[in-house]
Design a protein around this ligand. Structure first.
Ligand code: ATP
Length: 335
């Protein structure tokens, strides 16, 4: 999402200027369709995001995530389908939708010629806050985002992490009920990423709804109440992280042997074992991965004097889910 897009949405938000009707669904979309000429990008999408939760939209590059966000945030018109955001129809109540949402893009909407404080002040002025209100809100946000010390410095001197935090802080000036976060931690170091996660959790604890697109599956795993996987314009799976993980083959223990003879013997002793596709000294044995089951497998090998070089327990993560559902490895996993 471009800075212009991000800025347009932020400007559109209005500090609670318009009371909006909040239902238990913050966002509902049904039959969403969008095509660029004859290329269908969203092919009858249905979405439901409960208020006060984190909803994560995952998908490979080009799946249609940004198009979905653009349509939900009024920046682009859908070809068909109905969408309600914060209780308002996106097609006919654009202003009310914009007043209820904030959008933070991958590319910061931060003005580099201004200091951190001035950027926040600009947002406060755009929202029409009086000076008392804006001083209090800006002070609180600078403190919450650990930016107080850098507040008087030009934002061009900020690190990537600080700019993203400032970008999100600017979105929060208007106290949006629903925030669209487009890849909020891409390129951040692990510490900044954790700070961002804490901020997101705190926002949700206060009742904000977060619509998160991310290329980090572990991020969706940690933050999302519900995940939807988009592939070629359709949702191929939807559920809690645990539900999605249950949809794919379960955990297993991986044994490595040093000798082919040991490997062959183990294959005879452990009837459920299967060969690794790439390494002919590795076996996989289905298991819940618990200490008891692993000990029992090791005891069986021991009883036949079979030496194991090393073993590891593998439980499915969202990467496995993504691979199983889309036939592609996702994206990136945090180091
Ligand atoms: N303005 C446009 N005109 C034509 N095709 C477009 C336009 N915008 C996007 N597309 C195409 O629509 C598809 C979906 O794009 P979109 O940006 O929504 O995907 P995405 O899931 O956000 O991808 P990424 O993870 O790479 O950002 C892609 O194939 C893209 O090339």
């Amino acid at each position: 999402m471009s800075a212009a897009v991000s800025a347009a949405c932020q400007v559109g938000g209005g500090a609670g200027a318009e009371a909006h009707r909040m239902t238990s669904s913050a966002i509902t979309a049904s039959g969403l369709r969008k095509a660029y000429k004859d290329k269908v990008v969203l092919d009858g999408l249905d979405l439901e995001v409960a208020a006060g939760t984190v909803f994560s939209l995952l998908g490979p590059n080009g799946a249609g995530k940004t198009t979905t966000v653009n349509v939900l945030t009024t920046l682009m018109k859908a070809d068909a389908g109905t969408i309600r955001v914060a209780g308002h129809d996106v097609a006919t109540e654009t202003k009310a939708v914009r007043a209820a949402i904030g959008v933070t893009g991958q590319f910061a909407a931060v003005d580099e010629l201004l200091t951190g404080q001035e950027n926040l002040q600009l947002m406060a002025d755009l929202k029409g806050l009086d000076s008392g209100q804006s001083r209090r809100i800006i002070g609180d946000l600078l403190e919450q985002f650990d930016l107080t010390e850098s507040a008087q410095k030009l934002s061009t001197t900020y690190s990537g992490g600080m700019r993203r935090k400032l970008d999100l802080a600017m979105t929060l000036v208007g106290k949006p009920k629903i925030i669209f976060l487009d890849e909020p931690t891409t390129g951040l170091d692990p510490r900044s990423r954790r700070t961002m996660w804490d901020i997101i959790r705190q926002l949700v604890a206060e009742g904000t709804t977060i619509f998160l697109t991310t290329q980090y599956l572990d991020e969706a795993d940690r933050l999302a109440d519900k995940i939807a996987v988009l592939d070629q314009g359709k949702l191929v799976a939807e559920g809690t992280p645990a539900e999605l993980k249950r949809q794919i083959p379960g955990s297993h223990v991986r044994f490595r042997f040093t000798e082919v003879a040991e490997f062959d013997a183990a294959l005879r002793v452990l009837p459920d074992a299967t060969r690794d596709a790439e390494d002919d000294l590795i076996l996989h044995v289905p298991s819940d991965g618990g200490a008891k089951s692993v000990r029992s497998l090791l005891d069986q090998l021991d009883a036949h004097s079979i030496d194991v070089d090393e073993f590891s327990v593998h439980t499915p993560d969202l990467d496995d889910v993504f691979l199983a559902l889309t036939g592609r490895t996702s994206t990136k996993v945090e180091a």
